[in-house]
Design a protein around this ligand. Structure first.
Ligand SMILES: Nc1ncnc2c1ncn2[C@@H]1O[C@H](COP(=O)(O)OP(=O)(O)OP(=O)(O)O)[C@@H](O)[C@H]1O
Length: 253
């Protein structure tokens, strides 16, 4: 079966700064792929390019069999409906309530009567484990973990096939982070999602990722299960997974 996402020969430059050079990546349908790499290796930029927010300098990006950006605006609009994104920090509209935030993509993309839209938003809010009374609250009235859940509810508002999550557990306490990991895994199972997950959280990688892609040296240096990656001799990968935090996350001393 075709991969959900296929990236070939991606090049990204900002002035003289080369971020990606001939980067290739496949994301399989139905998998949770963790994307890791040192700070500034271009993980968030890659996410923005795959979702069509940023144009690469060269290369080809296909999502669900369609070429991103090479299509007509109408075809891109249809394609964009098939994924949802949760940006760092949840990135909710601060002036809107949780319900209005979750309704925002529906307003933009679907022509629905108000009451149906509100009921659909309520379903999404329940699916991410938020209490019903969170619906009419603004982001500033929620805890960090609840804001992430609200961001997740917005990301799944249009019943996407793929969700992109940018550091979903950043800033959460370990219990909140573990609960969010569990939610991602549960929704993947229930909804059959493909998940592209940028993270620095080693616990998340161990808990829910099927495979991990390592960005280094301006490309995807390796992709595989954590055990496969740990067997590689590359210094950054060895330090990342075999260092004290990597070993602790693997349940070793
Ligand atoms: N719009 C932009 N203009 C210029 N440089 C940019 C722009 N966006 C990103 N960069 C640069 O591209 C590089 C990759 O950025 P990116 O945010 O993707 O890194 P990252 O791997 O997500 O890092 P982190 O783990 O710290 O979030 C960085 O050096 C960043 O400064």
């Amino acid at each position: 079966m075709d991969p959900a996402i296929r990236v070939r020969g991606l090049v990204t430059r900002f002035g003289d700064h080369v971020v990606h050079e001939d980067l290739d990546l496949d994301v399989r349908r139905g998998e949770i792929l963790g994307v890791v790499g040192g700070s500034g290796t271009g993980k968030s930029v890659l996410l923005r390019q795959i979702t069509g927010l940023l144009e690469p300098d060269a290369g080809r990006i296909e999502v669900l069999g369609e070429t991103v950006r090479d299509t007509s605006p109408e075809a891109f609009r249809r394609l964009r409906r098939r994924w949802g994104v949760m940006f760092q920090g949840g990135a909710l509209f601060s002036a809107l309530t949780v319900r209005e935030n979750v309704e925002a993509p529906m307003r933009e993309q679907l022509d629905l009567p108000d009451d149906l839209r509100a009921r659909l938003a309520a379903v999404k809010v329940r699916m991410v484990g938020l209490p019903a009374d969170a619906m009419e609250k603004r982001p500033s009235e929620l805890s960090g973990g609840m804001r992430k859940r609200a961001g997740f509810a917005r990301a799944i508002a249009l019943d996407p096939e793929i969700v992109f999550l940018d550091e979903p557990t950043a800033g959460l306490d370990p219990i909140g982070a573990a609960a969010l990991d569990a939610l991602v895994a549960q929704l993947r199972d229930v909804l059959g999602l493909t998940v592209f997950l940028v993270t620095h959280d080693l616990d998340t990688l161990h808990a829910i990722c099927d495979r991990v892609a390592v960005l280094a040296e301006r490309r995807v240096l390796a992709v595989g299960s954590i055990d496969e990656l740990r067997a590689l001799p590359h210094p950054w990968i060895a330090e990342y997974f075999g260092g004290p935090r990597g070993r602790a996350a693997a349940g070793e001393r």
